[in-house]
Design a protein around this ligand. Structure first.
Ligand SMILES: [Zn+2]
Length: 317
């Protein structure tokens, strides 16, 4: 009985401490100088990604209108200028041609040279990775052909984003590395199993040369046509690299970048890893495309590879 009375007393005291009058609470909260700011309102989080045929970015901003004559269900950042839109569309068209060269089986073409060079000598040996390469080729061919799994959309940005976090400059002070383009995909708000694949194209991307310019430069230079380094940095190759990151195509990530590193990766790790490295897959397509275009004696490759070929057969290159 005595304990019960004490408990009632504690409860009453507790109540009086934790529930002061509403008037007093309001005044006290206003007087606390470093009180937690009230959370920012969440914009659109309960709304679907697509509204009135436009994509609505989760971190708000202007609607992204659909972009025609590229991938299906693609939306363009309204911050992109007209000139940037043209560069993106041109890069997409050339990337489509590269993928066509890479994934169409031309009976008279020796795919072993480029695939061995960029994917590894075991690219066609029995195993999960060779099947994975074949399946990925089919998916990227379908995507450039206008077919994509339902419940997926592609978003192209020219401005940085906080959600998903996509930035052009990385490093501790935000200035150490300037990327060309970067891709992330995240679960959309349209419902279960819905994906948004977002690529941010950075200022550096829009400064690159086009393939047309580079092909023109080397059209009469037989030696130059054999060096992949002459064709590495251009808009279509970047577009293609980013496309290999789209979940609708493959699970490719970035183990290494650049032709030298990709060539070495193929030698050291083979197809098990190169089949999941976006740059390796992009170089493979680029080499086949250029080889067919120039009708050179073999596809363009690295200096190291060219030296090895010369050592084997001085007349080969
Ligand atoms: Zn990448």
């Amino acid at each position: 009985m005595y304990i019960t009375a004490l408990l009632v007393l504690f409860i009453c005291l507790g109540f009086s401490v934790t529930h002061p009058s509403s008037h007093k609470t309001t005044i006290e909260q206003r007087q606390v100088p470093d009180a937690e700011p009230s959370p920012a309102p969440v914009v659109f989080m309960d709304e679907p990604d697509i509204q009135n045929l436009n994509y609505i970015d989760p971190s708000s901003g202007l609607p992204f209108p659909p972009l025609k004559y590229v991938f299906p269900s693609t939306y363009l950042d309204p911050e992109c200028t007209g000139a940037e839109e043209l560069i993106l569309k041109h890069a997409w068209r050339v990337a489509r041609d590269i993928v066509a060269a890479q994934t169409t089986t031309f009976r008279d073409y020796n795919y072993d040279f480029p695939h061995s060079c960029w994917l590894g000598d075991d690219w066609n040996s029995a195993g999960d990775h060779s099947k994975y390469i074949a399946d990925s080729f089919k998916l990227i061919q379908r995507l450039f052909g206008g077919l994509m799994k339902d419940k997926n959309i592609i978003v192209w940005r020219c401005s940085e984003s906080s959600n998903p976090s996509l930035i052009c400059r990385t490093g501790i002070d935000g200035t150490q590395l300037e990327t060309t383009a970067t891709t992330k995909y995240h679960v959309g708000r349209q419902g279960r199993g819905y994906w948004v694949q977002t690529t941010l194209f950075c200022p550096r991307f829009f400064q690159y040369e086009t393939l047309k310019q580079q092909v023109e430069r080397y059209k009469d230079e037989k030696e130059g046509q054999l060096r992949i380094a002459n064709f590495e940095y251009r808009t279509a190759k970047t577009m293609l690299h980013e496309t290999w990151h789209y979940g609708v195509v493959s699970d490719a990530i970035d183990y290494v970048y650049g032709s030298q590193a990709c060539y070495k990766l193929a030698r050291s790790n083979g197809a098990q890893i190169t089949s999941l490295n976006a740059d390796s897959l992009a170089y493979d397509g680029l080499a086949i495309y250029l080889h067919r275009k120039f009708k050179s004696i073999h596809p363009p490759t690295t200096e190291e590879h060219l030296e090895a070929l010369r050592a084997q057969n001085p007349l080969s290159v």
